[in-house]
Design a protein around this ligand. Structure first.
Ligand code: GLP
Length: 244
């Protein structure tokens, strides 16, 4: 795993943006796996800036997102579909039909998982962007999700509901279930860019880099992937020691 430790969130976002922009410049028709959460917001801001400055076009890029809350329509401001449109897709020249996410309102959940798995198989990702949960989850793959998992539905851990409640008016409003890409789907990406910022991610980052590879900390599976770059700030890296 390549590890880049930077001073702060802004620097993390700068480095992340150059990794994404290089991928798109190398292959203007690449497939990007994208993530939600607060962590990639700075990256998306910079991608929008790069597009406005004419540095990069996303006209032929395809995007697939990791996960979506069950029970929220894509018009709901807290849905991940809405988040992606608001923070990125509506501000760059990607075609709406080239953006993909699970349908949080699908009535047949099994069929929706199968549809998404087939889509992922047909669109191998050149680069998968990831954040990390404070308990080491990636996408919504909570602790003890099997490493071989594909797109599935999940009951969110209490810690995840709590972490994500800051974006909702009341904790009761946070959906308790979600669709998520599985760990196998994530590992299928050719390259993985994982971002972490802040002291509340320090334990998860330690487990990701130095911990045992265990389903108790889902991100630790990334140690088995040959092409991962972790970009994190000093606060998130504080438990890694001086050797990194
Ligand atoms: C959510 C998302 C993850 C994200 C994590 C961390 O649970 N499903 O994809 O990585 O939160 O979020 P944040 O970046 O806001 O800390």
């Amino acid at each position: 795993m390549e590890i880049v430790v930077v001073e702060n969130y802004d620097e993390m976002s700068d480095v992340a943006c150059s990794v994404v922009e290089e991928t798109v410049k190398r292959n203007p028709a690449c497939v990007l796996g994208l993530a939600t959460g607060s962590t990639p917001l700075g990256l998306y801001e910079r991608m929008v800036r790069g597009y406005r400055e004419g540095k990069v076009s996303y006209k032929n890029v395809k995007a697939v997102n990791l996960d979506e809350y069950i029970g929220l329509p894509s018009s709901h401001p807290q849905s991940y579909a809405f988040f992606m449109r608001e923070h990125l897709f509506s501000q760059i020249d990607i075609l709406p039909e080239n953006t993909h996410i699970e349908n949080g309102m699908a009535t047949d959940e099994k069929a929706e998982c199968a549809r998404y798995n087939a889509l992922l198989d047909s669109m191998p990702r050149d680069l998968q962007v990831l954040g990390i949960g404070s308990n080491g989850h990636i996408a919504f793959n909570e602790p003890f999700t099997p490493f071989g998992s594909e797109t599935h539905t999940v009951a969110l851990a209490e810690s995840t509901v709590k972490d994500n409640s800051r974006l909702f008016e009341r904790i009761e409003d946070v959906p308790r279930r979600a669709f998520t890409m599985g760990l196998k789907n994530i590992m299928d990406a050719r390259r993985i860019l994982i971002l972490a910022s802040g002291a509340n991610k320090a334990n998860a980052v330690y487990g990701l880099v130095k911990g045992e590879v265990t389903t108790a900390l889902p991100a630790s599976i990334l140690q088995k992937h040959g092409n991962v770059v972790l970009v994190c700030d000093r606060a998130a890296a504080q438990k890694l020691g001086d050797g990194v």
